[in-house]
Design a protein around this ligand. Structure first.
Ligand code: C5P
Length: 414
């Protein structure tokens, strides 16, 4: 899973008359780069903001603007494509088009195309002045669109083109793209509660200094994102990282190993799957000074106290059916260490990664995982961390099916 969710997907982008139309040019360009098959349909008003030529160049396909194209066969062809579309993304959706769609009108190519499409494939991204958005008529239309089974990606709040503040700005592409990725993912973790830990911990010496490690959190965040995309209810317990919170995930921020210990132990029991990708500090300074230690008064050594091994504790009280996965960052005897920790911590699986190289492990964008379990060792390909996460989650789904056969009845379609 997760190689490229967009490749080959048929996405119809319906552009309507809002100043935000220019932003959607960037969306179309990105979708085309992701190898989606993008067909743009524009309303007459949209053509006043951006030319069809722009969308044609970016999508690599003819842009459709009218119902009454020269050839009858051609007119039918795009209706046909709409019917077969994996997604019909209306962005920006003006108040006017939402009113038409709520009424079931079909007086131009875009509205006709929407009526021909599967309602479950329709995604609406409204963008308009905040007063227009808040107007009861628009809100009523939105409620009707939801009832019809269309997904709505709500506009953001902020400064708009008309220089007013409020809710009405077209949603950011990162959010829309992530929601599309979720639609294109199998929902094989639907109803499963997954706890993921990520990042380093910081063990304070005094208010200014701490001991930590090189973990960036990228692997754990990728797992949390991948699990959310597949329908899981995800809690991410994260040490300090520079990463944006993943969409849809409940993020619990902690700093020290002891804080992570307390959070994990209070939440793990409710979760069917626990994946501990965090690089938890094994030691903390025995004394945490209340005030910054002066250079002149600093001792020659810092005495360390051992932190509890959270994963070991989880392994001790693991309940039947729970899937427990650890990570091990190693630079030597990778598989030997993996096997030792698998047994010692009572895990279902441990993902060992090599921190000796520059393009795997800490801080890297990619990784190569060696999955050690009771059934042996499986070395995964060297791919992006999101792709690694997808491959690991495939094994989680397989394991869940083994430990609780009822889980196999989960819907695995998109
Ligand atoms: O023993 P080691 O630290 O190499 O094991 C790594 C695994 O154990 C990771 O999954 C990490 O999140 C977890 N761990 C933990 N508590 C610690 C140390 C490591 O949960 N104090």
């Amino acid at each position: 899973m997760e190689a490229n969710l967009f490749a080959g997907k048929r996405i119809v982008v319906g552009v309507t008359g809002s100043i935000a139309a220019f932003k959607v040019a960037g969306w179309v360009s990105d979708l085309a780069k992701e190898e989606a098959q993008v067909m743009v349909v524009m309303t007459t008003a949209a053509e006043r903001f951006v030319t069809p030529l722009t969308f044609a160049a970016l999508s690599g396909n003819t842009v459709h603007t009218t119902m009454f194209a020269d050839g009858a066969a051609e007119s039918m062809a795009h209706i046909e494509l709409a019917r077969e579309a994996d997604c019909l993304l209306i962005a920006p959706a003006s108040a006017d088009v939402m009113a038409k769609l709520a009424a079931g009108l079909a007086d131009d190519l875009l509205t006709t195309t929407v009526l021909a499409a599967n309602p479950a494939a329709v995604v609406v991204c409204p963008a308009m002045n905040s007063r227009m958005y808040a107007h009861p008529a628009t809100q009523r239309n939105l409620a009707i669109l939801r009832q019809l089974g269309y997904a709505i990606i709500e506009p953001a709040t902020g400064m708009m083109a008309c220089k007013e503040e409020g809710q009405g700005r077209l949603a950011e592409w990162e959010e829309v793209k992530e929601r599309l990725a979720r639609r294109f993912s199998p929902q094989d973790l639907r109803g499963v509660r997954v706890l993921v830990t990520a990042g380093p911990t910081r063990e304070a010496i005094d208010p200014a200094r701490y001991i930590s490690n090189r973990s960036s959190g990228k692997m754990g965040y990728a797992i949390a994102r991948g699990a959310w995309r597949r329908g899981a209810e995800v809690v991410l317990i994260s040490g300090p990282t520079a990463l944006p919170p993943p969409l849809g995930v409940k993020l619990v921020k902690v700093t020290s190993a002891m804080e992570m210990h307390d959070s994990v132990l209070s939440l793990a029991d409710d979760c069917q799957v626990v994946i501990k990708a965090a690089a938890v500090a094994d030691f903390r300074p025995e004394v945490r000074h209340r005030h910054k230690v002066k250079k002149e008064q600093a001792a020659d050594e810092i005495r360390l106290a051992k932190n509890p091994d959270i994963l070991f504790t989880l392994g001790q009280c693991k309940r039947p059916g729970q899937v427990l996965i650890g990570f091990a960052a190693e630079s030597d005897d990778l598989l030997g260490e993996g096997r030792r920790k698998l047994a010692k911590k009572n895990l279902d699986l441990i993902a060992v990664n090599d921190i000796g190289g520059s393009d795997t492990g800490f801080e890297a964008e990619s990784n190569q995982l060696h999955l050690v379990s009771a059934s042996g060792v499986e070395t995964l390909p060297h791919v992006s961390k999101l792709h690694c996460a997808g491959l690991l989650l495939d094994r989680v789904v397989q394991r869940l099916t083994e430990v609780s056969p009822a889980a196999s009845s989960r819907d695995s379609s998109a």
